[in-house]
Design a protein around this ligand. Structure first.
Ligand SMILES: NC(=O)c1ccc[n+]([C@@H]2O[C@H](COP(=O)([O-])OP(=O)(O)OC[C@H]3O[C@@H](n4cnc5c(N)ncnc54)[C@H](O)[C@@H]3O)[C@@H](O)[C@H]2O)c1
Ligand SMILES: N[C@H](CO)Cc1c[nH]c[nH+]1
Ligand SMILES: [Zn+2]
Length: 432
């Protein structure tokens, strides 16, 4: 099922072709998204009603639901499902709360004190995907760190159900997160609305959340064209599994399919030093895929996924670092010996009993992660994503005497005399 490449036969060009994903060579997604953004800018709410009818096939009479509806929907789900969402909420909360740390004040010289303090981003927009599958887990992954950071205004957009509402699981997450309004808008139009603001949807300072190629393209466009920031490009899901003769092919195939079922444009890569393991995983894939309800989606994703045969695990890790996967699974007995060779990956899963699904839902780590090789430069969402760190400094009379002459010289060598003077006047005219 997986097309297999031999690492040592790959030219540098072939290697870079292999690791590219989800490009938009004909710019069709770019054009569609540009057009959606322009429409939302010009027509505001009217464009949101239109696009929701066109893409989500829902004719809305209002763009949001509020507390009463949310409460009603939240109570419609089973107690087991509520408990599972509560356990996920608690674990994500515990893991993320530990990320809030106070930094020490540093005296860089006598009388010169510098430090940083965190402040929440005031208005944040959370995008909860809901096209091919509604993802309440993503709501928790974004909402929990936003709450821990202390963001004042949390705007949430999610594509509507055919009923014109949201589903009960999303509503239960809203209840856990104390979110009182959800906008029933998805896709690029939701991102444009949060970046520009409409009569109904407030403009925010930063947009968070994963989504399909339309959502991800819209995020990168608004980041470049407005003063609204984004968390990162978090597009179609990916997994790369490094496996050897100690791996269980049943588990490996199951983990590949778990990401393949997200969307036709998802990618699931197997890298191994064992030809026979690749063969066994292929047999398992063929068996397991047929049992999935989302069999057509998973098959399409597997069709443009592949395996890479390497001579050893060091080579396997080099390939993985070049690919920079959103998720990396080390399905090995001896994962400890290569963990320090990982350079690029969004989130890592170690050993045989750590499926990626646990991180998707409930172990505590965040599942909003960089895709398309952006793991080379971006981290996944965390509490840090929802705060700014502001630097502070204070200089005493001793400090200005110590540091002032250095700054005078540096300002002079840059030819910036007003800069120099701002120090000189303080050295010459000391307060009584
Ligand atoms: N990287 C991550 O951290 C992460 C986490 C969770 C999910 N994901 C990914 O998020 C994605 C979710 O995608 P999804 O489609 O299910 O939901 P989505 O909410 O991202 O997209 C649905 C919206 O896309 C828009 N749309 C659909 N077809 C369109 C078209 N032809 N033209 C313009 N707009 C169109 C519609 O407005 C619809 O509301 C998946 O690819 C999944 O792999 C990534
Ligand atoms: N694997 C996705 C991140 O790429 C997250 C997710 C949500 N629900 C299931 N999985
Ligand atoms: Zn997943």
């Amino acid at each position: 099922m997986l097309n297999t490449y031999n690492y040592k036969e790959l030219s540098p060009d072939a290697l870079s072709q292999l690791i590219i994903r989800n490009t938009d060579p004909a710019h069709t997604i770019q054009e569609t998204v540009d057009n959606i953004i322009q429409n939302v800018r010009q027509k505001g709410d009217a464009a949101l009603f239109d696009f929701t009818e066109r893409f989500d096939k829902v004719k809305l009479d209002r763009l949001y639901i509020e507390e009463d509806d949310i409460q009603l929907l939240a109570t419609s789900i089973g107690r087991d499902q509520q408990r599972a969402l509560e356990i996920a909420f608690n674990n994500i909360y515990k893991f993320h709360q530990n990320q809030l740390r106070k930094e020490k004040k540093i005296d860089t010289m006598q009388g010169v004190t510098c430090w940083r303090e965190a402040r929440p981003i005031e208005r944040v927009g959370l995008y909860v995907p809901g096209g091919s599958a509604v993802l309440p887990s993503t709501f928790l992954m974004l909402g929990v760190p936003a709450r821990i950071a202390g963001c004042k205004e949390i705007v949430v957009c999610c594509p509507p159900q055919t009923s014109g509402l949201i589903n009960g699981y999303i509503a239960y997450c809203a209840y856990l997160l104390k979110i009182k309004r959800i906008y029933l808008v998805g896709g690029a139009q939701a991102i444009a609305a949060m970046a520009y603001g409409t009569a109904t949807i407030p403009k925010v300072d930063k947009i968070f959340g994963p989504g399909n190629q339309f959502v991800t393209k819209a995020k990168t466009i608004v980041q470049a064209t407005t003063n609204t920031a984004i968390d990162m490009p978090a597009g179609p899901s990916e997994v790369l599994i490094i496996a050897d003769k100690t791996s269980n092919p049943i588990y490996v195939a199951a983990d590949l399919l778990a990401q393949a079922e997200h969307g036709k444009d998802s990618q699931a890569i197997l890298v191994s030093d064992s030809e026979s393991l690749i063969e066994q995983v292929n047999q398992e894939l063929a068996k397991q895929v047929e049992a999935l309800p989302r069999v057509e989606i998973a098959k399409a994703a597997i069709a443009h996924s592949y395996a890479v045969l390497c001579s050893d695990l060091t080579q396997a890790m080099s390939f993985s670092n070049a690919y920079a996967p959103e998720h990396l699974i080390l399905a090995l007995d001896d994962w400890q010996s290569i963990i320090n060779k990982i350079i690029n990956a969004g989130s890592v899963f170690l050993g045989h009993l750590t499926p990626e699904s646990v991180g998707d839902y409930a172990s505590g780590t965040n599942h909003t992660l960089p895709t398309s090789a952006y793991a080379k430069a971006y981290s996944g969402v965390s509490v840090d994503s929802f705060i700014k760190k502001i630097t502070f400094q204070h200089i005493t009379p001793i400090g200005i005497n110590q540091l002032g002459p250095t700054v005078e010289i540096l300002a002079e060598l840059e030819g910036l005399h007003a800069h120099k003077n701002a120090v000189s006047v303080r050295l010459r005219h000391k307060p009584e």
